[in-house]
Design a protein around this ligand. Structure first.
Ligand code: AHR
Length: 312
């Protein structure tokens, strides 16, 4: 299989003067904007021309962008796939055109894995589990009603982060997810959905923790909690994923509790793999895994300092 894919994709061109088309999800979150910024600087560092298409969180726009990249004859295509399914036809077209495809930060489900070279992603189940494990430890035997702000419906990261958290709290009957809804990974939707949770749950008094699949939704939720006259980080605990500067600022203010950092540098490892492949045909591992770590309030300042120059 490896030989077949190498033969299909291997080109004579060297890594110089490459053109890569990047079908980005959109600009729904601070993390997403940082990922785009880092992709540009990683491309510039290597002298690669990067063409970015903003999918505005719609798969149909992303598919159109991929088709246009194929028509332009780019050397490789990066896709941050908004949802997990429905990619086969366009990936077949890329394969027929002998253009290697790399997936950034989200995974897809396809029967034929040779439709893409590699996916650069964190272990998103593990990320959800880190937050769940933290809560289990932090709350001890006390009862805790959790509300969950899910990411975009059908996105691999939303599915995986939900599972990881659920796995971690399973068997701890004092912790219950009482409401769960999508906030589409945006600050405004996160706030809106949290407001409805608060209204439905005795003005928030029944809620012990909000688990948000990303920081932007958590920040929206924090705003909603404050507007309801409650103290985020104390009356209602928070746990979220990304590591954007604003969440560390909220942690420093005591308004957010637990955070898992996700690197915005997804393009760098994909460029490395692409260059290697072009040079000597080396096939990258199917999953290029990025690191995920949990940070709590005492580490917020150093994390905030670290973020400077990381695309934020
Ligand atoms: O796929 C990564 C997720 O997408 C980030 O956690 C979130 O902020 C973004 O929208």
């Amino acid at each position: 299989l490896t030989t077949l894919i190498s033969a299909t994709f291997s080109g004579a061109a060297l890594a110089e003067n490459l053109t890569v088309g990047f079908s980005q999800v959109g600009s729904e979150s601070g993390w997403r904007a940082a990922e785009t910024t880092v992709a540009k600087s990683e491309a510039a560092k290597r002298g690669i021309t990067l063409k970015i298409a903003d999918g505005q969180q719609k798969q149909e726009n992303q598919i159109k962008a991929v088709r246009s990249f194929i028509a332009q004859g780019v050397d490789a295509i990066f896709i941050a796939p908004v949802v997990q399914t429905g990619w086969e036809p366009v990936l077949e077209e890329a394969k027929d055109a002998k253009i290697p495809v790399f997936l950034l930060d989200r995974a897809i489900t396809v029967k034929d894995k040779s439709l893409y070279m590699a996916v650069v992603t964190a272990d998103n189940v593990y990320e959800g589990k880190l937050i769940g494990d933290w809560l289990v430890k932090d709350i001890g035997n006390k009862p805790c009603n959790v509300v969950e702000l899910q990411g975009t419906v059908g996105a691999s990261v939303a599915i995986d982060r939900k599972k990881g958290f659920a796995d971690a709290i399973a068997g701890h009957s004092n912790i219950k997810i009482i409401r769960s809804q999508s906030g589409d990974f945006t600050r405004s939707k996160g706030k809106e959905v949290m407001e409805s949770f608060i209204k439905a749950e005795n003005n928030g008094k029944n809620i012990c923790m909000v688990y948000a699949h990303n920081d932007d939704m958590a920040i929206g939720a924090i705003q909603a909690i404050k507007e309801a006259g409650l103290k985020p980080g104390k009356d209602i605990l928070t746990g979220s994923i990304d590591g954007v500067p604003d969440i560390y600022r909220a942690m420093l203010a005591g308004e957010a509790n637990a955070n898992v950092e996700l690197t915005p540098n997804m393009a760098g490892p994909a460029f490395d793999a692409l260059e290697k492949f072009r040079k000597d045909g080396t096939m990258p591992p199917k999953i290029i895994k990025t690191e995920s770590r949990l940070y709590l309030q005492p580490e917020a300042q150093s994390q905030l300092d670290k973020k400077k120059g990381m695309g934020y």
